[in-house]
Ligand binder design. Structure first.
Ligand code: PHE
Length: 346
């Protein structure tokens, strides 16, 4: 019996050492066979030895051998579990697989693009389609067809960057109205987003290049009520049901009557007389609009006796500043990734 006990201890010690070296499935399998193999496993052989133990000690000896078998089995199973859950630290190609991965930066749309798409989505839902026009325009489309006679003082409101002769950088998206009306017949229901240019000194709310979206509806029986209803619906969809909107009489050579539209100041809600965004008025102008002037319809051969319509032009950058709470328009164009990465999650 003493002899058997010693052998049990020896087998246990050997096994423990061998188990520590089992690093892959193959050596684990070899280990299992060496100790638990049906004919010649070290533990199996100990059961053979039990036969020669005197009867009165058999019980105790049997218990010890069984205990060893049990602990060997548990240990082998534990190693197997570990090997299958932990991938090898170094791949066949020698790459350290335990190093944390390097995250690649995935690009995403610019905040102004996101905002423009949001505007487009709302108008597409109302049955509008999207049109585009050139950024380099002629005096005719930018001014004359829109009822600005040459040298008329109304042109001063659009401080223009001229290129050469008749060519200029468009100061608004309104020339696209004219181009669309020239090439299509009413009913017309379009929006035209795009870049526009003015001779401005950059400051937090002005830039020489910015974005507008123009809207135009021409059909029989279109009234100012349609203009109001559509713009109110649009602004509610964009800013939420509770947004306060106001229409103020204004003047544009190409619309009559004309109105500018303000939304409540989303920074101070009209509560801060010293608010830097709204100057304490509680309102912020975001778009110009009006009923298309009959003279503009005549210029594109649409009969103003039969058709009427309305148009608007909205500053995308300025409105996006409100929607996202951005205090400085120049951030949009500085290409600072710390700013840009805050928008969109795609
Ligand atoms: N084009 C005008 C602007 O840039 C806005 C406008 C568009 C006004 C359409 C009336 C109708 O200020």
């Amino acid at each position: 019996m003493a002899n058997l006990k010693e052998r049990i201890d020896a087998v246990r010690k050997e096994f423990d050492e061998a188990a520590r070296r089992a690093a892959d499935a193959k050596s684990l399998e070899e280990l299992r066979t060496a100790y638990l193999g049906r004919k010649r496993g070290h533990v199996t052989l100990l059961f053979e030895d039990l036969k020669s133990v005197p009867a009165e000690e058999k019980r105790e000896a049997g218990r010890l051998v069984n205990e060893l078998k049990q602990s060997v089995t548990v240990r082998l199973d534990a190693i197997e579990g570990q090997l299958s859950s932990v991938p090898p630290a170094v791949s066949a190609a020698g790459t350290d697989l335990t190093l944390p991965g390097r995250k690649r930066y995935v690009g995403r749309p610019h905040p102004l693009t996101l905002f423009e798409e949001e505007i487009e989505r709302i108008f597409l839902g109302m049955g509008f389609s999207i049109e585009e026009g050139p950024e380099i325009e002629t005096d005719y489309y930018n001014f004359e067809a829109l009822n600005f006679p040459p040298h008329h003082p109304a042109r001063d409101k659009w401080d223009t960057l001229f290129i050469k002769g008749d060519l200029l950088l468009r100061t608004h998206t309104s020339p696209v109205q004219v181009r669309v009306m020239e090439r299509s017949k009413p009913p017309i229901r379009i929006i035209c987003p795009g870049r526009v240019f003015r001779r401005e000194t950059p400051d937090p709310t002005h830039l020489p290049m910015f974005m507008q979206v123009e809207g135009l509806v021409i059909d029989e029986g279109v009234t100012f009520a349609h203009l109001k209803g559509t713009l109110e619906y649009f602004l509610r969809a964009l800013f939420g049901e509770k947004i306060k909107v106001r229409f103020r009489p204004s003047f544009f050579p190409f619309t009559e009557p004309s109105a500018e539209v303000d939304i409540e100041c989303l920074v101070c809600s009209g509560k801060d007389p010293a608010c830097r965004v709204c100057g304490g008025t509680g309102w912020k102008e975001i778009l110009g609009s009006g009923m298309v002037d009959p003279q503009v319809l005549k210029n594109v051969n649409i009969d103003p006796e039969k058709y009427s319509g309305w148009a608007f032009g909205l500053g995308i950058d300025r409105t996006a500043m409100f929607a996202y709470g951005i205090p400085e328009m120049r951030y949009f164009y500085e290409n600072d990734l710390r700013f840009l990465r805050q928008f969109g999650t795609k």
